[in-house]
Design a protein around this ligand. Sequence first.
Ligand code: ADP
Ligand code: MG
Length: 713
Amino acid sequence: MRASPRAPDPERSPERERLSGPQRALRRLGLVRPIDLALHLPLRYEDLTRVRPLADAQDGDEALIEGEVLACEVRLRPRRQLIATLAVAGGGRCTLRFFTFYPSHQRALAVGARVRAHGELRGGWAGWTLVHPRLLPVDAPLPAGLTPVYPTTAGLPQAYLRAAVARALQQADLSETVPPEALADLPGASGPPWTLQAALAFLHHPDPRTPRAALEDRAHPAWQRLKAEELLAQQLAQVQARRERDALRAPVLRAAADGLPWRLQAALPFALTGAQQRVVAEISADLARAIPMHRLLQGDVGSGKTVVAALAAAVAIDAGWQCALMAPTEILAGQHFGKMVQWLEPLLAPLGRGVAWLTGSQPRAQRHAMLARIAAGEAALVVGTHAVIQEQVTFERLGLAVIDEQHRFGVAQRLALRQKAGAGAAGVEPHLLMMSATPIPRTLAMSVYADLDVSTLDELPPGRSPIVTKVLADHRRPEVIARIRAQVAQGRQVYWVCPLIEESEALDVRAATATHAELVAALAGVTTPDGRAVQVGLLHSRLSAADKKAIMAAFAAGDLAVLVSTTVIEVGVDVPNASLMVIEHAERFGLSQLHQLRGRVGRGAVASVCLLLYSPGESGRVSESARARLRAMVETQDGFEIARRDLALRGPGEFLGARQSGTPLLRFADWQTDEPLIAWAHRWAPRLWQQHPQLAQRHLARWLGVKLDYLKA
Ligand code: ADP
Ligand code: MG
């Protein structure tokens, strides 16, 4: 069921030759159908409805003035420019200044000519100036409404676009697709609801008396109506995706009462938290249904997601199926593998089954052996990186796929994993569990992730002490190093993270190498409580997989007291004895990333500290947004609050990952301010599909047209 057939690719159509430049530009903007143009709303407006006298003008005003040209000349200094002086109707003079100009400007501004000019007035008592005004003929009637200024692209003049939109508004089918009962329920609505037609007519050509603020911040009821339409389309697509998935079959995975999950829990060295018990129950209930699970497990760093994944795997294995666990980095996958072997191998070995390991860097022979075990079903659980989804990997019967740090993976990769249900189980999809330490803010959970079920670990395992976070200027490094000496002398471990320098991996490595040398020198002669000399490790992306693994293992085993690293350690790594995290150039990191990094400490019972070092750089100042990020880190340790602030600072890109696939999901509505409208759309979309499926189809086709596919994964 597809809401609209894929339109022919306009770039390839035989009509292409016949399209003019502006027509092709329209297509590049995706403005193909009349409705696309009708929904192409102005960025801002110009007021050309009346000619203003200078007497009531203020510096910075947008104004349309009219007058007679007194003088016009080209000056060459300080740079080439065209300068004209107008005697303005109603009194006063105004200078018009052009740095780019054509003979047409000079013709229009011939001495004695009357012109209208529109632009932003500068100046005051010393005389008024318009820089690069738009020149308009004096004899044309003034428009009755505000003049729209549309988002455009090279080769598409505003005048052409305005005419095209005006035509499209006549041609497009603007009949209602939102039933009256839903419109009546719109939040904040007073009076009769705006029709789509009226809202569009208004937004393209608003009444000039409308307060500009209501137009600019999109609070006007006509804007609300458009945003509601857009959000509803987005929700309808989500509901549709979910319905399509619900029509698929998945294996019913139910463990015996005294089966593997029970035995695993009994063998764990700790008791599950209440939150872990709850989410394990939610996941188990999904797995026991014949519909593929599509669940996101979100839990702050250190909340204990890995053991939940192990228990889910145990359910699948107990039911006679295989499980795949995929992680975004080799370090993290390796760590998961270690844990799964420790937890599950003792239970699987008696059954003649085991845990397999797949990465891109493993030796061929080992890889072949693993592939054979996976295909034979002897590998009950397969842990690895992207290597898990490569073509050569054939499962005997894959029942459950778990993706850790899901936002690190693209849609294509998630789809590939789902398609790996074994050959022996034709027509069956595996269940999918995605895990993330970046909590999704409420509004996004309700909208972009509305097609997922979400389980939340909102409780940390007991005995964690809070992390103290401090922000320090880089010149206080000596104090930081003194603190490191004190920590390692007590047998504690320390991370020191160097930032990624975007343009150059070589520079990253060099920065990390220099810091490593600095720390080796500073810690010479310091010993751990058991009398060993303190060792400092260095981890960066240029090392071989084997070296990375060896260094991580040495740090996890406590042989390295300090680990200097680029951000390769960002996700997931778990070394509970580490109690100090130093982040250099913290001003360069994103907020969620800082929170992730900080989450590497505070995993044991010892009090932990996170030091954020910043360097003001050449400007001598740290940017406002960097300061906001550092402030947020000091003020809160709550992952949800961090996510909320990150959304406010950066918009939704980070949370969406590949889900967004480059296409802005929302053009008009805003994740921050439009929560009531998002909630409205969330409430109404399922009802619309149920009670008015034809309207729902039409609504989707109208808003998303050919863009539907990317919402599916
Ligand atoms: P994350 O959610 O960040 O992936 P992990 O799964 O790595 O967290 O768990 C963090 C640490 O807490 C690990 O050392 C893990 O073994 C431990 N842990 C998990 N659950 C519990 C629990 N219920 N009680 C005590 N420790 C736990
Ligand atoms: Mg984890």
